[in-house]
Structures are given as C-alpha cells and as structure tokens.
Design a protein. Sequence first.
Length: 272
Amino acid sequence: MKQLIYQIKSVRWQQILFMILMAGLLIGTDGCKSTGKISKKERKAQIEAAKKQVKSIIDGTSTLSLDDQKQLLGDIMDKNYNDPALNSLIIKAQQKLKTALAEQYKIKQQMVDAARAKLYDLLLNKDGKTADQLEQEVNAIKAQNLKDSEIDELIDRAEKKIKDMRAAGSAVNLPVKTQIENAFDAIARYAAGGNYTQADNTIDKTLKFFSSDDVPVLIIISREGTIVDYDKPTTIKRYMNFIRDTKASNNVIDAIMTDANGKIKGLDLIKK
C-alpha cells in the first residue's frame, strides 16, 4: 500500500514538473517575441536587402522620388544594423541625395523665378493680350504645380484680372484715345471718393499703353493757327498722379504719338 501511494505521488509530481517546464518554455518563447529579436539568418537577410536598396540610391536606379529615398535611408539607419559595409553605403547614399536635392531645389527656384516674372508681365499686360490669351498662359504656369505661396498669390491676381477683363466686355475694344481719357476720368472719380487704391490700380493699368512711365506729356495752353503754346512739360505717370492728387481731370487728348511697337511715346493734351 505504501508503495502504491509512493508511485501515485511520484506520477503527480512528474506531471506537475512537466507542466512547470512547459509553462517556462512558453513564457520564454513569448518573451523572445516581445523583444523583437531576430535570428542571425534573418538579420543577415535584412542587411542584404537594405544594401540593395541603398545601392539603388547610389547608382541612380531607384524608382522612388528623392523625398521617398530620403525617408527610406532614414528608416534603414533607424534599424541600427551596425554593419560596416552597410554604413559605408549609407554615407555614399547620403552624399548622393544631398547633391540631387540641391540640384532639384536649384531647378525649382529657376522655375519659380521664371513664373514670377511671367505673371508680373501678364498682370501688366503690356502686350495687350486678350483674356483668353492671358488665361492660357496662366494655366500653363498652374500646370507646373510649383507649390510656392508667392506664385499662388500672383496666379490669384492674374485670374481676377482675367475675370475683370471679361466683365468689362466691350470696353477693351474702345479706341485707345477713349480708353485713356476714360482712365483719366476714373482716376479723378476714385480719388474724389477716397478710393486711392483703385485710383493707383487704374494708373498702373493705363501705363501699359505707354512705352515707359516717363513718356512726355504736353498740355496746350493756347493755339492760334500754327502757333501753339504749351504748359510746362511733364510725364504720363506724373500727370496721372496729378489727376489723383487734385481729384480732377480737366484735359482731353489732342494728339498721340506712337513708336514702332504701337506704344505711346508722346501725348498732347488740351483743356476740355
């Protein structure tokens, strides 16, 4: 009887011991998984894969964008493989990306500068382009997707100008003489109403008809036959500023002189 009890106890202890060992094995396995440890074989495979990715950056065969290449390189560095060969490749890839990103930035700045100059020309519209022609050129700049705040602001201004031109309708088809005289009256009217911003905008728009801001303007005081007396000479910009400051437009155009490009190079005025 004692021997039987001993055997039973021994079996129970063996079972308990087996369960404890299995539990310890399971806990050890889970603990290894939780720490993210990998085998030497897996680590070697990851390093080789990383080397291929870094080499594609160095030799320029990567299909990723430069920003994505930079992100990829950062992710590989964060894994801290501490492999001498991989580290050497990473340094070369960093130098390659630095040069490529600098060149990309240079090209973008050149595109931004060209777009800025073009948009300012479109806003002035010195060539007298139609609303459709302006819109076509603005859309070409928009298609570049430069992602520059100043360019976006200039595009908005150009699109507003196009909208205003279309709203004006037949006004742009009036004779140049009438358009300029209307502009003189508008400057005086805006200034009289205290809207100096609009008055200045009208001055800027009117200057597109002239070859320069310094085009001479002569005001006829009296005329008897072929004898003509003029007031002190001024320039077109000074004259329009004078209209704005005095809030009055007292003269009309008597004669217009143009250059080979059709721009006004001289203007004679006479009292209304």
